[in-house]
Design a protein around this ligand. Structure first.
Ligand SMILES: Nc1ncnc2c1ncn2[C@@H]1O[C@H](COP(=O)(O)OP(=O)(O)OP(=O)(O)O)[C@@H](O)[C@H]1O
Ligand SMILES: [Mg+2]
Length: 329
């Protein structure tokens, strides 16, 4: 094991026929960290979690959890990890408490300890008052919290959370993120996958950016944004833009990268002459109808654009622009 890493993945690779789902991915997560895997659909996040939780056998590479090899001692690894899968894994007709009894036994929690553990965990996820209600009477966010509770019953050292906020409302998203922060404050190491850059920025000490199976960069938000050589970001919302504007922008010395997704244009700008007047002129003369132009500092979206030439933003599910994704205390 290198250092005191709780998670130590070395050149992990998983192939499914022609598809390389995970392509020589390496990273380490020290104790106490919230580490984010940020990447779009198909990046390889779930497959990476699958390998680390002994559900998927790697084609090549190795990984250790608390020093235990995932391909050699799956029982040892499973005693150290809690897994909250992307899909909710609960029995709808059973109560929250009975679901937790089921999962506690699955995780090998001894019966004499289980009742007490379930009370504690229900308290942590703030569902004590609904413990005896059936899961099919719960909201989406409540189900997510029971799912998280199930992963915590055997007191793991590290919790894997695979996109736990997909398809839930902003308020519930906030409560899930705050729960993760609270668990981490109490010493839990967390591996958190998401394709929402706002969540990664809010939650994670360090972030690994994945795309098409590859780990493209790892660092803190500040480290990652410092690598892209841009000092500003211009975001344009306009109808009637096409790829020619991207080609023009990329030819300019003041532009590091540019990408167009539907009616949203994102430009990473290098320090230099102010680009805005020329940009607005170019857009209007090409017949585009500009709705808004925002100038901000680089963020993880800029980093993803820099690394892939693509935009990470998923307009349907992302938190609304400017909306705080959580509340850090
Ligand atoms: N069992 C499998 N058989 C074949 N291909 C697979 C299998 N599991 C994953 N893949 C492929 O591997 C790639 C990575 O998938 P993975 O589910 O790990 O991505 P992801 O980052 O979790 O994506 P999402 O954000 O959509 O959950 C995809 O191209 C996917 O189709
Ligand atoms: Mg996934």
């Amino acid at each position: 094991m290198r250092g005191d890493a709780i998670i130590d993945a070395e050149r992990l690779t998983k192939r499914y026929g022609e598809i390389v789902a995970v392509d020589s991915v390496s990273f380490e997560v020290p104790e106490g960290e919230i580490f984010g895997l940020l990447g779009p659909n198909g990046a390889g996040k779930t497959t990476t979690i699958g390998i680390l939780s002994c559900l998927v056998t790697p084609t090549a590479g190795s990984a250790r959890i608390c020093g235990i090899d995932v391909t050699k001692d799956s029982l040892g690894v499973r005693s150290k990890i809690g897994v909250v899968p992307q899909e909710i894994a609960l029995y709808p007709t059973l109560s929250a408490r009975d679901n937790l009894v089921f999962w506690g036994r699955m995780y090998g929690v001894p019966d004499h300890a289980l009742k007490q553990r379930i009370e504690e965990i229900l308290e942590t996820v703030e569902l004590s008052d609904r413990a005896d209600s059936r899961i099919d009477t719960f909201s989406g966010g409540m189900k997510r919290r029971v799912n998280i509770a199930a992963g915590l019953l055997h007191r793991p050292s590290v919790l894997f959370l695979d996109e736990p906020t997909v398809g839930i409302d902003p308020q519930t998203r906030r409560s899930i993120l705050e729960l993760v922060v609270e668990l981490n404050d109490h010493g839990l190491t967390v591996l958190y996958t998401t394709h929402y850059l706002e969540e990664a920025e809010f939650l994670c000490n360090r972030i690994g950016i994945m795309d098409e199976g590859k780990m493209l960069a790892i660092g803190t938000k500040e480290e990652l944004t410092a690598t892209i050589g841009a000092t500003g970001v211009i975001a344009v919302s306009a109808d009637g833009m096409d790829e020619s504007i991207v080609g023009w922008l990329r030819s300019l010395d003041a532009v590091a990268d540019a990408a167009l997704v539907e009616s949203e244009l994102t430009i990473n700008v290098i320090a230099g002459p102010n680009l805005l007047p020329a940009l607005v002129e170019k857009l209007t003369s090409s017949g585009a109808a500009v709705h808004s132009v925002d100038v901000t500092v680089p963020n993880l979206e800029s980093v993803f654009l820099h690394l892939t030439g693509k935009s990470l933003r998923d307009r349907d599910g992302s938190p609304a622009e400017g909306e705080p994704v959580g509340k850090k205390t």
